[in-house]
Design a binder for this molecule. Structure first.
Ligand code: DHE
Length: 519
């Protein structure tokens, strides 16, 4: 694009040549200074995509700040010496403007991005002495790396670079050998834990939400906001097996809020952002155990679920009253609870019969995706933090009644436990006491201790070792740390410096679908 063309109006090619117009100055500067790394289309290149979907937590002053001063631990330079504050403002405004068309990202586009590591060779056995089932990965978003931790000694076995801005939990192959990591720009990276090496990476979407692994380990589903698709990759080669545009029953397209793995059902479950539907996608040739009989289960007068497809990747639609996201699944994967759009209700959907079966008042934006379940005094309960209120709600999953509302020091994001511990750990970093952690007794449902591991610092996200003997906690700062606690005495036993260690993922807890952790 030339400066002259930009001075009139800027046409930026998006995917298969869809035009986007914007104010000339910011566009010109973008074209001159930013496009070589971030792409003429703003959809990313060596640098990340610069579109509102990717920048939404970085708008305004902080976006201008990044342009002016660069980003540490990345190749993003400081432009304050090159352009003035007004220019910075206008380029920030340009990249904050939405694209005026949904970009395409075709199978050919995906295939073109597939890069295999030519130095990789698959080891016959793990290249380390540590127990491969007790490996814990620590996603460090401060400098976009993952540390591979020995869960017994807490030694770092490897530290590898990830795509920019990893989000959501990496997903392990069922044998725990491979892990698949996703970035918000839609890159999927495959890493071989035994060989301590990257295998390949591919860009499966433009703006993505999360990934899910099929029960047989053959397929990895990538939920996308842009374009409006679910991309299913072969876990073996990372080649696309299916790219499905998400079209609701009324013909409108929807973004995918998240895709979840439902191992008991041999399916993926999709939360649709823009349509009152939940989708189930079969991951076996015969459609899996829950596709049969489904058509017979709907009752007259009820909103019905529809299955008009058969075989691998067959889709069931479950019609609900309003779009829902942020799902918690009961351990048998028969029911899910989703958050209502208003954020004040949990809606229970029975996946077998394919309809809403209960609704419970959960004011204060429950964060059901972080919910965990356990047995408390003989009954199966689940608990969820709330993003809008300092509270944990404990629910009986047999009758969906509220067992207890527990006041906390502030709104929290994550909850964690393990079969071998009597405690639940809860962070509260969404509020003023961002440095505190509550310890809750699973039976009495009382907070028994409040930890203050690093006063003044943001502390959050907990993961246990394979045997539940230790809890790993993040100090969520660029010069942060991973703190290892004895999960019985609640004493700190080790502290490792880390660069904003956002999330931690233990191989065994994930592949065994431990009740105390996210799936
Ligand atoms: Fe997440 C998981 C959605 C903001 C850190 N987050 C997830 C998942 C979803 C989700 C659907 C489940 C994916 C999975 O693991 O398969 N997150 C959202 C949002 O909609 C929200 C609120 C807004 C957004 O920006 O998209 C959001 N998330 C955040 C953050 O601001 C966090 C705290 C910091 C960050 O890095 O973006 C954050 N989300 C995480 C983490 C997980 C996650 C660490 C994995 C948790 C786990 O233990 O499995």
């Amino acid at each position: 694009m030339t400066r002259a063309a930009a001075a009139v109006a800027v046409a930026v090619t998006v995917g298969s040549s869809l035009p986007v117009t914007a104010a000339p100055d910011g566009a010109t500067i973008y074209s001159d200074l930013c496009a070589s790394c971030h792409g003429e289309t703003r959809l990313g290149g060596v640098g990340p995509a610069l579109i509102p979907e990717a920048l939404k937590r970085l708008r305004g002053a902080s976006l201008e700040d990044v342009i002016a001063h660069g980003r540490t631990a990345t190749q993003m330079p400081a432009f304050s010496q090159t352009i003035g504050p007004e220019d910075i403002k206008s380029v920030a405004a340009f990249i904050s403007a939405p694209l005026d068309h949904v970009p395409t990202w075709t199978e050919a586009d995906i295939r073109d991005t597939l890069v295999t590591n030519t130095d990789y060779s698959a080891a016959d056995a793990p290249l380390f002495d540590a127990n491969p089932m007790n490996i814990t990965l620590v996603v460090e978003t401060g400098d976009h790396h993952i540390s591979v931790l020995d869960g017994d000694t807490f030694d770092v076995l490897d530290r590898f670079e990830t795509p920019f801005a990893v989000h959501g939990g990496p997903k392990f192959s069922p044998d725990g050998r491979y892990v698949f990591v996703m970035s918000r720009d839609g890159w999927v990276q495959k890493y071989d834990i035994w060989s301590l090496a990257e295998v390949a990476r591919v860009r499966a979407g433009i703006n993505s939400r999360n990934v899910a692994m099929s029960a047989d380990g053959k397929w990895l589903a990538v939920a996308n906001y842009l374009p409006h698709t679910l991309t299913i990759l072969s876990t073996d080669t990372l080649e696309p097996a299916q790219i499905r545009t998400i079209t609701a029953a009324d013909g409108t397209e929807s973004r995918v809020s998240a895709v979840y793995q439902a191992p008991e059902r041999e399916s993926f479950i999709l939360a649709l952002k823009d349509a009152p539907e939940i989708w189930e996608i079969a991951t076996t040739e015969d459609g899996g155990p829950f596709f049969d009989g489904f058509v017979h289960s709907h009752e007259a007068g009820m909103k019905e679920a529809l299955s008009d497809e058969v075989g691998l990747f067959a889709r069931r639609r479950i019609l609900v009253n309003e779009p829902m996201d942020d799902f918690f699944f009961t351990p048998d994967y028969r029911n899910l609870i989703g958050t209502s759009r208003s954020g004040d209700r949990g809606v229970v959907v029975n996946l077998d019969v394919g309809r809403e079966v209960a609704s419970l008042p959960l004011p204060g934006m429950p964060h059901l995706g972080s919910g965990i379940s356990w047995t408390s005094q003989g009954r199966q309960v689940m608990a969820t933090p709330h993003l809008g209120e300092g509270r944990l709600s404990v629910i009986d999953t047999a009758d969906w009644s509220l067992v207890k509302s527990i006041e906390t020091l502030g709104p929290g994001f994550f909850l964690r436990s393990h079969e071998n511990t009597r405690y639940v750990w809860a962070d509260v970093f969404m509020g003023p006491h961002k440095d505190k952690l509550h310890i809750l007794d699973k039976d009495t449902l009382e907070i028994v201790r409040t930890l203050d591991p690093d006063p003044g610092k943001t502390v959050g996200h907990i993961e246990f070792t394979m045997d539940g003997s230790h809890a790993l906690v993040s100090v969520w700062e660029n010069d942060g740390a991973l703190i290892v606690f004895d999960s019985e005495t609640l004493e700190e036993v080790r502290r490792l410096p880390m660069s904003k260690p956002v999330g931690k993922y233990n191989v065994w807890n994930k592949i065994s679908f431990s009740d105390g952790t996210s799936h």
